[in-house]
Design a protein around this ligand. Structure first.
Ligand code: GTP
Ligand code: MG
Length: 480
């Protein structure tokens, strides 16, 4: 069935001559009308997207993807081959031509008909030879024929909006593409295939069962919950809160294996933070000097520790700085610390750790005693190094690896959003447990459990999915 028949107002009318199946006719029409005029004739409400689905650069093949009501019509324009001659989900080789009929590339074409496609709409994959010149040429032609450049994540957004993919699965897809370790990739694949959904739905059912018990007490006030029943109920509620908290914690710990870890060096001026960063990176990345306050703004450098890609962040030394620039530098150090996956608290004989410094809660820390060539650490909880000479660095990297372990079994949640929503659910469940113990009316307990259920619904994308789509897809690449 031609695209126009299935998409009223679609663009097949905008490309006259295409449905007669003749290449000459199609080409005559291409030349007869300017493309811009054509695409203004009837603009579909949902534009057809085009983008490269593979990264720029030279390669064996490069894939250009088209999705939307005009995808097949644009394919007809590019190949001069009528839609009736394409079989959905069947690859065939075709010569792509420009609007003068000149050959552009020989491509493997893989067309899909909505709703049986990634985006749920008509979709075409063009597997070109992997040269950016060809990719840009074909995208340019598609734009001329009425397509719109796709934003980051635009194809997956359509898949979500068409109900082809849920929110947790779209997040898992981002994780699958970002994963920096094979195990993290395989766990992301598990979530893409429904692990997060299954787990969250199962916790949702736990809540429904608890609510059912409470509702019986609300409906039959003459049969109140006995103290024994109350104790048993509170224990079950505790157990659920623990499960939710545990999973949120596991997700947080596992995330470094999806996108690499951020290690922030924090300490008093002159502790040797910059020297340590240079040592770990293996190059003179940050300025080192005996003058306290040398580093004024944070400095980043990428390296690998064990199998884990890490971003090391050197910061300005913590102190009551006299000047506004220094003060701003110290504030930035604290800002960086709050974003760390692991904080390296660096001290030295002449630069002790400032005990009054508040540390961001729930961020793992490691104490590093530098300049151990001058004096040993005051207590055994410091890892002794001498960054300048490279002493103790292996023990330090081993300790870092131990603090950022690979997850052993399937991590059910991936994104920070999922983790935070799960924590919100856990907080409400804990509040419910407290209310039971305080002998609060069952309505109050039930309300907390309902709020927890709402948090899980948000996690699953059952409610408020639009609120998170922009944020989510801004992390995607163009063409995904
Ligand atoms: N003896 C000794 N000196 C070191 C060692 N590491 C660094 N230093 C010296 O300590 C001084 C300060 O080093 P930096 O790396 O600039 O210290 P920092 O913590 O970055 O200092 P700020 O940027 O001012 O916060 C320099 O003179 C370094 O040469 C070490 O392992 N042993
Ligand atoms: Mg420094």
């Amino acid at each position: 069935m031609p695209a126009a028949d299935r998409h009223p107002g679609g663009a097949a009318q905008a490309y006259p001559g295409q449905r007669d199946g003749s290449r000459t006719s199609a080409r005559r029409n291409r030349l007869g009308l300017t493309a811009r005029a054509e695409c203004n004739v009837s603009r579909p409400s949902r534009p057809t997207l085009v983008a490269a689905a593979t990264p720029p650069g030279r390669s064996a093949i490069a894939v250009v993807r088209l999705s939307g009501p005009d995808a097949w019509a644009i394919l007809e324009r590019l190949t001069g081959r009528d839609a009736s001659r394409w079989t959905p989900r069947t690859a065939s080789v075709a010569l792509l031509r420009d609007d003068t009929g000149a050959p552009v590339d020989e491509a493997l074409v893989l067309p899909f008909r909505g709703p049986n496609s990634y985006t749920g709409e008509d979709l075409v994959e063009l597997h070109l030879h992997g040269n950016p010149v060809l990719v840009n040429r074909v995208i340019g032609l598609a734009l001329t024929y009425g397509a719109t450049p796709a934003d980051a994540g635009a194809f997956t957004r359509r898949a979500v909006l068409a109900g082809r993919m849920g929110l947790p699965e779209a997040e898992a897809l981002a994780d699958l593409i970002d994963a920096v370790h094979p195990l993290a990739a395989s766990q992301a694949l598990g979530r893409l295939r429904g692990a997060s959904r299954t787990w969250a739905e199962s916790r949702r059912r736990d809540l429904t069962e608890l609510l059912a018990q409470l509702e019986a007490a609300v409906d039959f006030p003459e049969e109140p919950i006995s103290p024994e029943q109350g104790t048993a109920l509170a224990l079950r509620v505790d157990e659920l809160a623990n499960r939710l908290d545990d999973e949120a914690r596991r997700a947080s710990a596992a995330r470094v294996w999806t996108r690499g870890a951020r290690l922030v060096l924090l300490g008093a001026p002159n502790a040797g933070k910059s020297t340590l960063l240079n040592r770990l990176v293996g190059e003179q990345r940050a300025i080192v000097s005996q003058e306290p306050g040398t580093t004024r703004d944070w400095v980043e450098a990428a390296t690998t520790i064990g199998r884990l890609p890490v971003q090391l962040v050197d910061t300005a030394g913590l102190r009551d700085a006299p000047g506004s620039v220094e003060r701003e530098g110290v504030e930035r150090s604290r800002g960086q610390a709050a974003e760390a996956d692991l904080l390296l608290l660096v001290a030295a004989p002449d630069a002790p750790w400032p005990d009054a410094e508040p540390l961001p809660p729930s961020i793992t820390t490691l104490r590093v005693w530098n300049k151990s060539d001058v004096a040993p650490p005051p207590t055994p909880d410091w890892i002794a190094v001498a960054a300048r000479d490279g002493l103790g660095i292996e023990a330090l990297t081993d300790a870092i690896e131990q603090r950022l372990p690979l997850p052993e079994d399937q991590v059910q949640l991936g994104s920070l959003r999922q983790e935070q929503t799960c924590r919100v659910a856990a907080e409400h469940v804990r509040a419910a447990a407290m209310a039971i113990r305080a002998d609060a009316p069952p309505e109050i307990v039930a309300e907390e459990l309902r709020l927890a259920a709402r948090a899980l619904d948000r996690l699953l994308g059952i409610i408020d999915p639009e609120d998170v789509l922009d944020e989510l897809f801004s992390r995607f690449c163009i063409g995904k």
